[in-house]
Design a protein around this ligand. Structure first.
Ligand code: ADP
Length: 590
């Protein structure tokens, strides 16, 4: 049952329960205390004024009494009246200052000073800083006017005039009480407020810590999962590559194509999830490697061309020939990822027509070269309303996209984030039903030395005869895969199952190269490398070591170099990538 308003209830409890903010609560408490004390003061004045036959004072006291009682009732009825009542109380105080100065007392007595201070105090405590200053000035003006009018400060005495004793003394005393209580209540509110804020801060810190832990465990989970997925996927990709040489029928070729396509899709998906994870935790850095952009884009396009051809699309590449002569420093993996994502989408969302990749030099000087990349298609296009949201993670242009085209909606979010690392941003022009064009500009640092074109050539003869290799790998499937791959390259490597066995073999035999897995029981790849590097025989301690790892650690590069390894390959890798690394060492040996 709703509570009935009770006219005899003068308690502040109900009103306070409707005010959530503790500072506001205290303001109301101070105001209420002021009102009650004012009523008390008037109640004391009335009989004394009556006894002394001070009619004007008696009249004023009655008016004030009724006024204060009504204001108290009004305050208790709803919190919204608090500010209005504060103003009324302050103005009443001001009036008292004026009446004391110019009416009854005609002197600056202690009561005038007290009311002046109470007006100042109330302006600041009950209202705010602005009103505090405003009412302070208003309360000082009558005093100054009074001093000007009366010539000097001789009038600054405290002789009681206007009110008879002991009413005057009691008033003065109660005014002091009012001031002390006002300060006390405000200070109480102030310290409670500070304490509340401190408590809130503590809770906030705990919440932030919990959120960080949750985010970290999510991130760790994703990293572990993708690490675990990479290892078997490595075998799938490697085995598929091996099978390509043993095909005996068109049907087998068709089956292998499906296997390769699925493995590649899975690989992309794992990489996307991992990258997205890294993007969120700011763990992504750009490498700076000398690159011939012309060859890089050619290589990227040869992979994509097959994809386009399978859909009956033409992939047009318009590549600025100037780029052939200008080597640059950049992160080729990330450039490839951006182009793969955007061109992959263009091919995916186009059923007929063409996809065009344009790369043109915009500007160049001795140190820098600015390049514009555009990827346009004649596909389904994008609705104007969706042009911004598709760059958000897990967002696709329509709900039917996944059903019709698959995908996770992560690609463009990754592209957007990667481009910020290149201090660039992606732009989009599109018309529904006609096609889309994504473009971005990147300013690259020029690499001022000629590049060895040999590394970009497509050598077709795979032969590592005579290269003495030790493979350190604890996973039997991976060992089997590597054995088969090496067989294809006319090579039979040695195998070790953990770091200690590797160390023994390096001491006992001569090798040109060690392929080292990182995560192994007993002695892991880092520790085994450190021990090999400590060997006294220089021939053995300086043997080139390449890490093979499914690790997704952000500072992998640093860790590998710190351990003294020369290079690394991330699983899943294409056997051809491994071959090109081994070939460098084989060539150096000759
Ligand atoms: P996904 O391709 O995995 O769905 P993306 O982040 O790469 O995720 O793309 C988000 C969405 O943007 C796509 O689902 C699609 O709706 C839209 N989109 C991206 N590229 C194109 C394009 N070239 N043509 C039409 N729509 C596109």
């Amino acid at each position: 049952m709703p509570e009935q308003p009770n006219n005899f209830n003068w308690s502040l409890k109900n009103l306070l329960s409707t005010i959530p903010d503790s500072l506001e609560q205290s303001r109301v408490k101070i105001l209420y205390t002021f009102l009650i004390l004012s009523i008390l003061k008037v109640l004391i004045v009335i009989p004394i004024a009556y006894q002394n036959n001070q009619v004007p004072q008696l009249k004023l006291a009655f008016i004030l009494l009724i006024g204060y009682v009504l204001l108290t009732k009004l305050l208790l009825s709803h919190k919204r009246y608090a500010v209005l009542i504060s103003h009324i109380m302050i103005i009443a105080g001001l009036m008292i200052v004026i009446i004391v100065l110019f009416g009854y007392a005609k002197t600056i007595n202690i009561m005038a000073m007290q009311f002046m201070f109470m007006v100042i105090l109330s302006g600041f405590y009950l209202l705010n800083r602005g009103f505090g200053i405003f009412y302070s000035i208003l309360s000082i003006i009558p005093v100054i006017l009074f001093l000007f009018k009366n010539g000097d400060l001789q009038n600054l005495n405290n002789s009681p005039e206007g009110l008879s004793s002991p009413a005057y003394e009691i008033m003065v005393f109660l005014n002091f009480i009012t001031m002390v209580l006002g300060h006390y209540l405000f200070h109480q509110a102030f310290s409670r407020n500070v304490k509340e804020k401190e408590l809130l801060n503590e809770k906030l810190l705990i919440a932030v810590e919990e959120a960080n832990i949750a985010a970290q465990s999510k991130s760790d989970f994703l990293s572990t999962m993708s690490h675990e997925l990479r290892t078997p996927l490595n075998s799938v990709i490697g085995m598929a590559e091996l099978l390509s040489d043993e095909l005996t029928s068109p049907e087998q070729e068709e089956n292998l194509k499906i296997l390769n396509f699925s493995a590649a899709s899975l690989h992309t998906l794992i990489n996307d999830i991992l990258d997205f994870n890294k993007l969120g935790s700011e763990k992504l850095y750009l490498e700076s490697i000398a690159v011939n952009l012309h060859s890089l884009i050619h290589n990227i396009c040869s992979g994509l061309r097959i994809q386009a051809r399978e859909k009956g699309l033409e992939l047009v590449l318009e590549l600025d020939e100037e780029l052939k002569q200008i080597p640059i420093s950049t992160d080729p993996t990330r450039i490839s990822q951006i182009l793969f994502n955007l061109t992959g989408n263009a091919i995916k969302f186009t059923s007929s027509g063409s996809v065009k990749i344009q790369v043109e030099v915009l500007d160049k000087d001795a140190d820098k070269i600015s390049v514009r990349f555009s990827i346009s298609d004649t596909g389904i296009g994008i609705n104007a309303e969706k042009m911004e949201s598709i760059f958000e993670p897990f967002t696709q242009a329509s709900t039917s996209t996944t059903r019709n085209y698959g995908g996770t909606g992560l690609g463009l979010a990754i592209v957007k984030r990667l481009l910020t690392l290149f201090e660039s941003s992606v732009h989009l022009e599109s018309e529904e039903g006609k096609g889309s064009k994504f473009w971005f500009d990147i300013s690259f640092k020029r690499y001022n030395q000629a590049l060895d074109n040999d590394t970009n050539s497509n050598e077709q003869i795979y032969d590592l005869k005579g290269l003495r290799v030790l493979v350190v790998e604890d996973n039997p499937v991976n060992s089997l895969l590597l054995k088969k791959i090496f067989q294809k390259w006319s090579n039979i490597p040695d195998f070790a199952r953990d770091g200690y066995e590797a160390l023994d073999k390096v001491i006992a035999n001569e090798y040109d190269l060690v392929l080292m897995d990182i995560h192994m029981p007993l002695l892991d790849g880092y520790e085994a490398t450190l021990k090999i590097r400590e060997l006294s025989d220089k021939e053995k301690s300086l043997v080139p070591i390449i890490a093979l790892t499914a690790s997704v650690s952000s500072n992998l590069n640093d860790k590998i170099r710190e351990a003294g390894m020369n290079d690394y390959l991330s699983k899943p890798y294409n056997p051809k990538e491994l071959y090109s690394k081994l070939r460098e060492i084989a060539l150096r040996k000759k």
